[in-house]
Write a protein that binds this ligand. Structure first.
Ligand SMILES: C[S@@+](CC[C@H](N)C(=O)[O-])C[C@H]1O[C@@H](n2cnc3c(N)ncnc32)[C@H](O)[C@@H]1O
Length: 308
């Protein structure tokens, strides 16, 4: 058993102070983010930070991980505004910069996990994920691109699936997901395995009762192939949860969705249909304004498989 080092918010405040030490511009934004944290989010955030501290990471390092994402997003947003497209468009261009760059990928993944507490769009997506995940269904759960592993860990905590499999192209993501699941910090998980491979190149024999693919479609050259493969791996009652983003530049976003309709079209062309969707406009704008000004929009979808 691991002891919880602190149970109050000072740990979060210390992280915020570390972030502000390297990026003062985040001051008002982070003050609002911390105010918006519910009691249960605060508890889980503290638990996640304590987990990281137990892995010998420091709050200073975690602040740098978070800041890496903030600064990368800012740089890529400038590029996108100027050129109207993402900087990179092929996997080959970002492979060594991101997925196979262990130092960068680790920082990126820890930073991304932290944004699920501090960025309202990511927090809303995380809540939607937990809310929609079936709590009593049994069978096989597949997650494509678990990255930091935090969502997969939460799925293992709160569902009754009997077997869990994660498939990720990045060795660092595989390592980080294995680390969080085997840490015993969030539960004693045994029925899982994490595989390093390109989802498209993988040839499974099984069907899945749940498939989760968070923030992967914008990272791949042919997103429709991913959805088609998901359709081939599922049945009519499988739970399918997919998230992606529109006009949302980042160093490793290589497929540009300019409009929600484009996503709906490839969903339909893949033999799937949208059961529920959550669209989150850019900070303090409406969906219409975000669309018109090409500002980032997040989208989370619960999909069903069309009858064969
Ligand atoms: C931005 S992270 C998303 C992490 C997490 N799912 C989330 O929602 O926060 C994208 C993940 O997808 C993985 N990925 C990208 N292309 C992939 C592919 N072709 N096959 C499997 N995983 C892939 C990356 O290595 C990374 O771990």
């Amino acid at each position: 058993m691991h002891s919880t080092k602190r149970l109050s918010a000072p740990l979060i405040d210390e992280l915020i102070q570390e972030i502000l030490r390297i990026n003062k511009l985040q001051s008002n934004f982070l003050a609002d983010s911390v105010k918006a944290l519910s009691q249960s989010d605060t508890q889980v955030f503290i638990q996640y930070l304590n987990y990281c501290l137990d892995q010998q990471l420091t709050l200073g390092y975690l602040a740098e991980c978070y800041d890496l994402i903030v600064k990368d997003t800012f740089t890529q947003q400038l590029y996108f505004k100027r050129h109207g497209h993402y900087k990179y468009s092929s996997y080959a261009e970002v492979e060594s910069l991101v997925y196979r760059n262990e130092e960068y990928m680790s920082m990126y993944m820890y930073g991304l996990a932290i944004t699920t507490f501090l960025w309202s769009n990511h927090a809303q997506m995380k809540h939607f994920f937990k809310e929609m995940l079936p709590k009593t269904q049994s069978g096989r759960y597949l997650e494509i691109g678990p990255g930091h592993g935090f969502h997969m860990m939460e799925a293992m905590q709160s569902s009754q699936y009997e077997e869990f499999l994660g498939v990720d192209i990045s060795p660092t993501s595989v390592f980080l997901t294995q680390k969080i699941l085997s840490s015993r910090y969030f539960g004693q998980f045994e029925n899982y395995s994490i595989k390093e491979c390109d989802f498209l190149a993988w040839e499974p024999n099984d069907q899945y009762d749940a498939v989760v693919m968070g923030e992967v479609l914008e990272h791949v050259e042919q997103p429709q192939k991913f959805l088609k493969k998901i359709a081939a791996l599922t049945h009519n009652t499988s739970h399918i949860h997919v998230t992606t983003c529109i006009n949302s530049p980042a160093i490793d976003h290589i497929y540009l969705f300019g409009h929600a309709q484009q996503i709906a079209d490839i969903v339909q062309a893949s033999g799937l249909y949208i059961k529920h969707q959550l669209l989150i406009p850019y900070q303090s704008t409406t969906l219409a304004q975000s669309e018109q000004d090409k500002l980032p929009i997040n989208i989370a979808l619960i999909l069903g498989k069309v009858d064969d």
